[in-house]
Design a protein around this ligand. Structure first.
Ligand code: NAD
Ligand code: DAU
Length: 353
């Protein structure tokens, strides 16, 4: 008999697969349902090792489908939700913003409605955990860090859709008493990340000898966090976070894109037995992302003070492990970079990349 039922959305994606691995292994007493539509970004290969676990089940469903959400809640009666399913790539949001409204905004409201309906005002022991991003706070230009109290100022269709979904979660808490927590995290990196994102894209192109497309001058700054450290933070917040609260999660690990790409080049020179400086010759500066946010940086003081969380490994160690994983898992990369990925790549980078 399971002590509780958790519904985790987006579990076949990058961060979701790490969250599922942590929860399924750590909480054998829970029944854990992975709800995912398996879009281009969702891959059940990411979860092969969990398939036979007695406390794990997969449900293929689309959060844009309100009736399907109501049915799943009625059937499985989850008492906890960890909501990660989303359209997550900024460049795709620039070329197709509606997809972000539909999944990130409407999809989240569909889940909130399903939870509200299923829980019928009996909120004891229930929790809706919404996983969000630091991009809702906008772009930093002159020092400082994002705090939980920083006003929202989203600048891309992606971050606007995530900000809207955060507002809906808080509005359901305020209006209907739905118990919720929200976390806003900085850029994640690690294994199983789809190679449209900076780090796996660069590793893939380095290996293939293709150009490394750096947007603009490469001056933009991101705060990188090891994905398993994010999963640990989600575990802590889900179990120990206070209802109605927001927690910022970040690595205190800021890198200019161009410096990060040079670091990756030097790691790849070593791993592939190339002479020092060889890989860096692949760097190509391309047209900047429209409305490109200059800098993100999280102040993760609250989660440190209140829940005792801090990042577990250094960037150098995490990056080394990440590169090793991609080099050892070429069939995974080949599978996800065939077909639709090639069309996306041609449309995004054209002759430049
Ligand atoms: P991802 O793109 O790798 O995975 C998203 C998952 O959601 C996929 O498995 C996909 O199939 C699923 N999905 C998409 N649309 C769906 C729909 N309509 N119905 C059901 N499932 C659907 O994303 P990720 O990078 O793992 O991000 C997960 C969450 O964390 C997102 O909410 C994102 O906004 C947030 N986040 C990501 C980062 C990051 O650096 N990647 C940082 C902070 C927050
Ligand atoms: O900050 C959290 C966010 O981080 C998450 O909410 C998003 O889901 C996630 O995609 C990520 O957004 P970014 O836009 O910061 O990540 P991305 O990997 O796309 O880009 C990182 C930086 O690298 C950014 O400044 C743009 C730049 N870049 C990216 C790509 C794909 C390039 O220079 N060249 C590229 O080809």
């Amino acid at each position: 008999m399971h002590s509780r039922t958790l519904l985790i959305t987006g579990g076949a994606g990058f961060i979701g697969s790490h969250v599922l691995r942590l929860f399924v292994n750590k909480y054998p007493q829970y029944r854990i349902i992975n709800l995912d539509a398996l879009t281009y970004a969702g891959n059940l290969e990411n979860l092969r090792d969990l398939e036979q676990a007695p406390n794990y089940a997969f449900v293929k469903a689309d959060i844009r489908d309100a009736a399907a959400m109501a049915k799943i809640f009625a059937e499985h009666l989850p008492d906890g939700v960890i909501h990660l399913a989303a359209e997550s790539h900024v460049d795709r949001s620039i070329s197709n913003p509606m997809a972000f409204v539909e999944t990130n905004v409407t999809g989240t409201v569909n889940l909130l409605n399903a939870a509200r309906e299923a829980w019928k005002g009996k909120f004891e022991g229930k929790r809706f955990y919404h996983v969000s991003t630091d991009e809702v706070y906008g772009s930093l230009h002159d020092g400082g860090f994002f705090l939980e109290t920083t006003p929202y100022d989203p600048q891309s269709p992606y971050s606007a859709s995530k900000a809207a979904s955060d507002h809906f979660v808080r509005a359901y808490g305020n209006t209907y008493g739905l118990p919720f927590v929200v976390s806003n995290c900085s850029n994640n990196y690690g294994s199983h990340q789809f190679p449209e994102k900076l780090i796996p894209l660069m590793i893939h192109n380095l290996r293939e000898g293709k150009p490394l497309p750096v947007y603009g001058k490469g001056e933009n700054v991101r705060d990188w966090l090891w994905v398993e450290d994010h999963a640990r933070a989600i575990d802590l917040i889900f179990h120990q976070g206070v209802n109605g609260e927001t927690y910022n999660i970040g690595g205190h690990n800021e890198w200019k894109n161009i410096d990060l790409v040079h670091l990756l080049c030097s790691i790849m020179d070593r791993k592939l037995g190339r002479a020092s400086g060889t890989s860096a010759k692949q760097i190509t500066f391309v047209t900047d992302r429209a409305g490109h946010d200059l800098r993100y940086a999280i102040d993760a003081g609250k989660i440190g003070r209140e829940l005792g969380w801090k990042p577990g490994i250094t960037f150098e160690a995490g990056l080394e492990r990440t590169v090793d994983w991609y080099l050892a898992n070429d069939p995974w990369l080949q599978a996800v970079t065939s077909g639709a990925y090639r069309d996306y790549y041609a449309a995004q980078y054209g002759k430049q990349g």
